[in-house]
Design a binder for this molecule. Structure first.
Ligand code: UDP
Length: 463
């Protein structure tokens, strides 16, 4: 009977795909032959139509990865539980499932997404080695590790500290206000949870991170010094879901000249108010560059920069400025809601990527050797931007107006031109190509990620 590695992701698409890629790695790259079970929490609050089709796809192409769905929880009468409460409320399901799996197989490790840290006591009770999986890089991880330290140094919230420079080991200077939105204010559920996580992380058997040494050398070293074991096994990038069906946007890209198109896409959840969409449109129009732009319908709350429920069914003409689509028809394509990003970035015609700095998007661009324009929207993306621009030098910054959080058309025009058509942009593209080679080298024989993964698998065997 094979030993099992149990993976416990949160339901959001980007965290799930990253962990499933880890599952594929475990199955394909290890001679010991672990089996892999992925636990799935059921929730309506985080829905994405692509999640189910992704799971169906993996079940067909990698049948050795077993998905186990927890039963749906009864609805609470008094309130809608938060994301973290939902994870905690699933603890009985987790316990029951681990006990059931243990009846027929030995669990070599429980690997939990960092949001699922409430699994700690259950793993301890069952004597199962627990590892944390960070779908973010070492930079994002170091920020959460630092939280416990700053919490003990001051009574003020990070929001109050505002422009105070934080000296986080291994990172360029980060201003307090650039820390992840979730932890800017004290005394809320997420702050408490992330603080708890910050204290728990050093107690796990090890942290696994989707990054590689050549990408974040300084911060990886800093984290390694703070953690019992730190395994950098990236870059894990989701495999294209269906290579046979070429979508219209890929056909359009294939008809464009080499490195001529700037791609704009803001993760699985990024949204903009109508005013911001109009500024982007005006900036793109004036930039004279070719573009492929993924647009979502503006959210009802114009301050929000992410949405779990943006509708795919909306009238694009009503959202775009009048006449824009006609005027740019011969050099631009706007797609609604979703584009096959990994395939898009791999196209020869794509020469730059305007991104919200989600970690998967960053790795996908790195693996394609495409330079970035960094426009963070939520989560740890402000930190990622600082690291991309100042440390890795793989991105240019997009500057947001402080008064209203809007990037004006002139800024979009200026930065897109600089990325696509300037000496600085050309140098950056060269650096990105070099980083792409290093990403490939990380998984070549003797490469840093391959070695880290071998060490990780051996630690599971030795447990
Ligand atoms: N993605 C995509 N098409 C889109 C938008 C997003 O394929 O139009 C994918 C993207 O390739 C990446 C994931 O969704 O794998 C987004 O993950 P990321 O960590 O960048 O951002 P998040 O969605 O977590 O904010």
């Amino acid at each position: 009977m094979k030993d099992t590695i149990v993976l416990y992701p949160v339901p959001g698409l980007s965290h799930l795909v990253s962990m499933v890629e880890l599952g594929k790695l475990i199955i394909r790259h290890h001679s010991h032959g672990f089996s892999v079970t992925v636990l799935l929490i059921q929730t309506d609050s985080v829905s994405n139509p692509t999640v189910d089709s992704y799971i169906d796809h993996v079940s067909q192409t990698d049948p050795s990865i077993v998905f186990h769905r927890f039963p749906a929880l009864p609805k609470l009468e008094s309130s809608t539980p938060s994301f973290l409460q939902t994870i905690r409320r699933n603890n009985p399901n987790l316990l029951h499932t681990l006990q059931t799996i243990s009846n027929s197989s030995s669990i070599a490790a429980l690997v939990v997404d960092f949001f699922c840290y409430s699994a700690f006591p259950i793993a301890a009770d069952l004597n199962i080695p627990l590892y944390n999986y960070m779908p973010t890089g070492a930079s994002g991880l170091s920020v959460f590790l630092y939280l416990a330290k700053i919490h003990n140094q001051t009574d003020k919230s990070l929001r109050e500290l505002g422009n105070t420079n934080l000296d986080i080991p291994g990172l360029p200077i980060i201003r307090a206000a650039q820390m992840p939105e979730l932890v800017l204010d004290r005394n809320n559920e997420f702050y408490d949870a992330m603080l708890d996580l910050s204290n728990h992380l050093p107690k796990s058997r090890g942290i696994i991170s989707n990054t590689f040494e050549a990408l974040e050398p300084r911060v990886i070293e800093a984290v390694t010094q703070q953690m019992p074991a730190f395994f950098c096994i990236g870059p894990l990038v989701v495999e294209p879901i269906d290579k046979s069906t070429e979508s219209d946007c890929l056909k359009w890209l294939d008809a464009q000249p080499s490195r001529s198109v700037v791609f704009l896409s803001f993760g699985s959840r990024g949204v903009f108010p109508a005013k911001q969409i109009a500024e982007i449109a005006a900036g793109l129009e004036r930039s004279d560059q070719r573009f492929l732009w993924v647009v979502r319908s503006p959210p009802p709350d114009s301050d929000k920069r992410f949405s779990f429920s943006a509708t795919e069914d909306f009238d694009l003409d009503a959202v775009m400025p009048e006449g824009f689509l006609d005027r740019t028809r011969d050099r631009g394509l706007v797609v609604k809601s979703w584009a096959p990003q990994v395939e898009v970035l791999s196209r020869e015609s794509v020469g730059g990527f305007v991104t919200h700095c989600g970690w998967n998007s960053i790795l996908e661009a790195v693996c394609a050797g495409v330079p970035l324009l960094a426009w963070p929207l939520y989560a740890e993306q402000e930190v990622n931007k600082v690291v991309l621009v100042e440390e890795m030098k793989l991105a240019m910054p997009m500057e947001v107006a402080e008064e209203d959080g809007i990037v004006v058309a002139a800024e979009v025009e200026k930065r897109v031109r600089a990325l696509m058509d300037s000496e600085e942009g050309t140098e950056m593209r060269e650096r990105c190509r070099e980083m792409r080679k290093k990403a490939l080298a990380a998984w070549a024989e003797g490469g840093s990620s391959k070695t880290a993964f071998t060490n990780l698998a051996e630690s599971w065997e030795r447990r």
